[in-house]
Write a protein that binds this ligand. Structure first.
Ligand SMILES: [Zn+2]
Length: 191
């Protein structure tokens, strides 16, 4: 039997071989996509076989990533971008996760928070539970994916980590820029 064709990750649209490997409890990534992220999050190189068997969404069948303003300060915030992009379901942990990770990206990219102080934004945003609402996610394909950081699989020039994070933030800002500003003022800045 030929191997099953790659399937799109519900969060980012990148295509990975079907897998019954582990996934995150509320970050909405396919097992294949999570297998690309999890080693990276602990500083390890991705599995070459996984890279060889996976690819980015194909245009024009998938929406192309929209243009985005570069935000070099986001280079160390790939995990925040990944968590925001893989928004998951409507459960309170998923809703809160998306909000907090977007506020971290917003704080560093738009409010001048130093990347080294990103944890301050996370802590502030988590002071009161249950204050964030579900945001309708941008369409799958509207942003770069983690797979765009690695060559092959439709990627000629790998994207910079900062560009991946900037692309994810910009995709969410498409419909929610005002909400992110308001949430940041109310739940991160204000006392
Ligand atoms: Zn994904």
């Amino acid at each position: 039997m030929p191997p099953a064709p790659p399937a799109p990750c519900p969060g980012c649209g990148a295509l990975f071989p079907p897998s019954d490997g582990p996934t995150h409890r509320y970050i909405g990534a396919s097992a294949g996509c999570w297998a690309l992220f999890a080693p990276r999050s602990v500083g390890e190189a991705p599995d070459p076989a996984l890279l060889a068997a996976s690819r980015v969404p194909e245009a024009p069948s998938a929406a192309r990533p929209a243009p985005f303003p570069p935000a070099p300060a986001l280079a160390t915030l790939v995990a925040d971008a990944y968590a925001a992009q893989h928004h998951g379901d409507d459960s309170p942990p998923a809703v809160q996760s998306v909000a907090v990770h977007l506020l971290v990206l917003h704080g560093v990219a738009r409010r001048g928070v130093a990347p080294a102080r990103a944890q301050w934004v996370r802590t502030r945003a988590l002071r009161t539970r249950g204050v964030f609402a579900k945001l309708a996610p941008p369409p799958v394909g509207a942003a770069l994916t983690l797979r765009h950081l690695y060559p092959g699989g439709g990627v000629t020039t790998p994207a910079a980590p900062a560009d991946y994070a900037a692309s994810v933030l910009a995709a969410w800002e498409g419909a929610h820029a005002a909400t992110l500003r308001a949430w940041y003022d109310r739940h991160v800045v204000a006392d």
